[in-house]
Ligand binder design. Structure first.
Ligand SMILES: [Zn+2]
Length: 342
């Protein structure tokens, strides 16, 4: 981490500022080891260049399930740690209606960064700073991929209680909220850290048209594949990935995709190389938690007086892409007071 990250970070326990107790930085300006100290007395290590802002297990935040999910995804990003040129178009499709120039000179919070593939793009779009958070050790992969970028700050922490200040022009989360025990709590935390007038953008799995996954794939994922050692799952997911990759050839035939099941999405991924198809299959099977969200549910998340200029779009006929402008934090404040009094 660079000391310039401290202006964006906050204690996950009390929300207060953090002070670095460290030795001199390394040759490229990163503090590789040390301690961050909060005014409340809490202390958090900086290890391998990354501030580890996770509360002790006894705090029950994050919950054990979230830690297991984060560990599974950390293994995924360590195995599938490559970069690909098509990631940029995929990101732009997920983040729309935001476009690259929306990130220029902005301070951006990424809720769930995985291997940092989107982090690096936003840095390139000229963001003033990107603070990219992940709960698991995927942060090690993200840090290795972005440590040369002066405007990127990688941090380890829980999106439900994010260790960052309300200092951001944009807060976004791609493909992460549906893996939280309480997706809406993660969404609230995300926009809570965006300043008034800033934007929030998310992409989550949809329920509509994914009923077959919920009915047929989820029981297998839940009882077998999410419990398998990740390396074993890597090999076990090869045969279904090979079958899918072969079937995807049909979806590249002009006018065929419209007539085939799940056409929009499968036509979209039919352009990907085999390793990406393998990654997609692995990704579906590795996680212990996956929520498929109905439109009404995602609409409810956005139906707060704190958000304005809401857009909600059906992406690839299998997922929801939403954005809004944060116009106040009054509703969140009132909710916090209500919850504190009960
Ligand atoms: Zn504190």
């Amino acid at each position: 981490m660079r000391t310039s990250a401290l202006q964006y970070l906050a204690c996950p326990q009390c929300g207060g500022t953090l002070v670095a107790d460290t030795g001199p930085p390394s040759h490229d300006g990163h503090i590789m080891h040390g301690t961050l100290v909060s005014s409340c007395g809490a202390r958090f290590p900086i290890r391998d260049g990354i501030p580890r802002l996770v509360l002790p297990r006894s705090s029950q935040v994050p919950d054990a399930g979230s830690l297991i999910t984060a560990a599974r995804f950390a293994a995924e990003w360590t195995i599938f740690d490559y970069r690909a040129s098509y990631y940029e178009q995929q990101f732009l499709d997920w983040i729309a209606p935001l476009v690259p120039r929306d990130f220029t000179d902005r301070v951006v919070f990424e809720g769930g960064c995985g291997k940092g593939r989107h982090t690096a793009l936003i840095a390139r779009y000229g963001a003033k700073a990107v603070v990219a958070l992940d709960l698991g050790d995927a942060v090690n992969v993200a840090f290795a991929a972005t440590r040369h970028l002066a405007n990127v700050h990688i941090a380890q922490g829980d999106l439900v209680q994010p260790p960052v200040a309300r200092a951001f022009d944009i807060g976004f989360s791609i493909g992460v909220l549906h893996h939280l025990s309480e997706p809406q709590a993660g969404f609230r935390s995300l926009y809570d850290r965006v300043r008034t007038g800033g934007r929030v953008a998310i992409w989550v799995y949809g329920y509509e048209s994914n009923e077959w996954i919920v009915r047929f794939v989820d029981p297998i994922r839940d009882s077998i594949t999410s419990r398998m050692p990740e390396r074993l799952l890597y090999w076990c997911s090869l045969p279904p990935a090979a079958a899918l990759h072969t079937a995807l050839r049909l979806y590249r035939v002009p006018a065929m995709a419209d007539r085939l099941p799940y056409g929009t999405y499968l036509e979209y991924i039919s352009r990907f190389p085999f390793r990406e198809v393998h990654h997609i299959v692995f990704d579906q099977l590795v996680t212990p938690v996956a929520h498929y969200l109905r439109r009404e549910e995602v609409e409810r998340w956005f139906a707060t007086p704190d958000l304005d200029e809401v857009t909600l779009a059906w992406h690839n006929c299998n997922s929801w892409r939403g954005s809004a402008t944060v116009c106040s934090h009054a509703d969140a404040g009132a909710r916090d007071r209500r919850e504190a009094s009960t």
